[in-house]
Ligand binder design. Structure first.
Ligand SMILES: Cc1cc2nc3c(=O)[nH]c(=O)nc-3n(C[C@H](O)[C@H](O)[C@H](O)COP(=O)(O)OP(=O)(O)OC[C@H]3O[C@@H](n4cnc5c(N)ncnc54)[C@H](O)[C@@H]3O)c2cc1C
Length: 423
């Protein structure tokens, strides 16, 4: 089918759908092109955390002391598939160059306006999509098993404090009182009070799809293979035909790098793969009231209802389509069984998705430097569910010639082209 429209959005995850909805609201004729497989979206399977405090990228200064363990695949936070190393060398080079305190602080300052706007954007979206019952200011807990682990996070607390991100510190007893479902003994915890969470993010995505259709948006089921600039716009080739539009939004999550590369943009990006598995809570367990990061297990446990939780793994650096390796989610599940009173797994196989990641932990949002009418909206890494809705609003601003409500200069793609900046 060949169609012509004002704007085509490539990718129907949180970022693409939020963009498509915001563009439709501005009166544009929008076509969203996505293969339509719900579980293929990383937006389906995440922990649902929406936190103003999500301003601290993975490339932290603490990385250097952990690097020997990471390189031996001896820390559950990271598994690196060495066969994939040549492909991700540009990403890793940029990543290591960022792992310094000055850069960490710089990224935090750049991300703060985006994360600060995230919860309100989620509220606006949930009100329109009819999903307000799935969004709540639950708070979010980072739990430390030892005093040393807590002391190791002092710089993180300093940065959050400087940016006015609210948190409370709890000792082991106070944590047990706040979250009686936790049976593991922790030394300390940080409770980020302003944080909210989305229960079953996949349901939010479904509701956004329905809202987009109601609003007169058009969906094309297909995978885009070709982006071709032509006079006055773009021709977008997908497996069912060609779409034509004046503008295009590239929001294909972890697949965006390959599509951008076809236009000559070689960006240092990686798919940070992650897994989840659902477990029933034991009938005698109190419900878990908010997501918990067990820093000792490098894994998150998030409530998906009063009687079940989602256990999520750390990072696996591997090709997006490589066969799954369940070692991290199995380890996370074993740890979770000592953290909560769990029943059996609720799904046969763990879910696998790819965080669309940049080495500096900041998304790529902005106009493509060398092509008119092309907007980049990808690379949201660990914070794309939370910052997807506000990104959609920014994309709509860019497409309609307004200045974005959030400063986006730090998110320009140029920073990920070529060699990293070392000073
Ligand atoms: C274990 C885990 C836990 C996480 N926890 C959180 C959290 O608590 N909070 C948070 O904010 N974030 C979290 N994230 C990150 C978050 O899930 C992602 O940043 C976010 O989902 C990215 O959204 P997206 O729309 O860019 O990509 P996706 O949701 O992956 O959507 C991309 C879409 O593009 C489509 N696509 C791909 N190629 C093409 C093509 N060629 N043509 C057309 N369409 C295409 C895909 O099929 C897909 O539908 C987590 C991620 C993981 C893995």
């Amino acid at each position: 089918m060949d169609e012509t429209t004002d704007i085509i959005v490539i990718g129907g995850g949180m970022v693409g759908l939020a963009s498509a909805l915001a563009l439709r609201e501005r009166g544009l004729d929008v076509v969203l092109c996505d293969p339509g497989e719900a579980r293929a979206r990383t937006s389906y399977g995440n922990a649902g955390v929406v936190s103003r405090g999500s301003i601290l990228p993975m490339a932290s200064p603490a990385l250097w002391s952990k690097l020997p363990a990471y390189l031996r695949n001896a820390d559950r936070a990271l598994r690196l598939d060495y066969a994939h190393l040549p492909q991700i060398l540009p990403y890793l080079t940029h990543f290591l160059a960022r792992a310094r305190e000055s850069r960490w602080r710089e990224a935090a300052a750049a991300l703060l306006p985006l994360t600060s706007a995230a919860y309100a954007a989620h509220e606006r979206l949930a009100a329109k999509a009819g999903t307000t019952d799935r969004l709540a200011r639950t708070g979010w807990i980072k739990a430390y098993r030892t005093e040393e682990a807590f002391a190791g996070a002092a710089l993180e607390r300093d940065i959050l404090e400087r940016h006015g991100v609210a948190f409370e510190l709890l000792d082991g007893d106070a944590l047990r009182e706040r979250e009686p479902a936790l049976v593991r003994r922790y030394a300390r915890a940080m409770l980020l009070t302003e944080t909210g969470s989305v229960r079953e993010p996949g349901r939010l995505i479904e509701a956004c799809e329905a809202l987009f259709a109601q609003a007169g948006g058009r969906r094309v089921r297909g995978s885009v293979g070709r982006l071709a600039p032509e006079a006055g716009g773009w021709a977008i080739g997908h497996d069912g035909g060609t779409l034509r539009a004046k503008q295009v939004v590239l929001a294909a999550g972890a697949a965006s790098g390959t599509l951008a590369k076809s236009l000559g943009y070689r960006l240092a990006l990686a798919a940070e793969r992650g897994y989840h598995r659902h477990y029933a809570l034991h009938p005698d367990s109190p419900p878990l009231t908010c997501p918990v990061l067990d820093t000792g297990a490098a894994s998150i446990i998030a409530p998906m209802g009063p009687d079940r939780v989602r256990v999520l793994s750390g990072v696996e650096l591997n090709a997006r389509h490589a066969a799954p390796d369940h070692s991290q989610i199995e380890a996370a599940s074993r740890e979770a069984a000592e953290t909560l009173r769990l029943g059996g797994p609720l799904d046969n196989e763990p879910w696998l998705g790819s965080r669309p990641s940049t080495p500096d932990g900041m998304p790529v949002i902005g106009r493509a430097p060398r092509h008119d009418g092309l907007i980049f909206a990808f690379g949201h890494g660990h914070i794309g569910l939370s910052t997807g809705p506000i990104t959609g609003e920014i994309v709509a601003d860019l497409a309609t010639g307004r200045s974005p409500s959030v400063p986006i200069t730090p998110f320009a793609p140029q920073r990920l082209m070529g060699l990293p900046r070392l000073i």
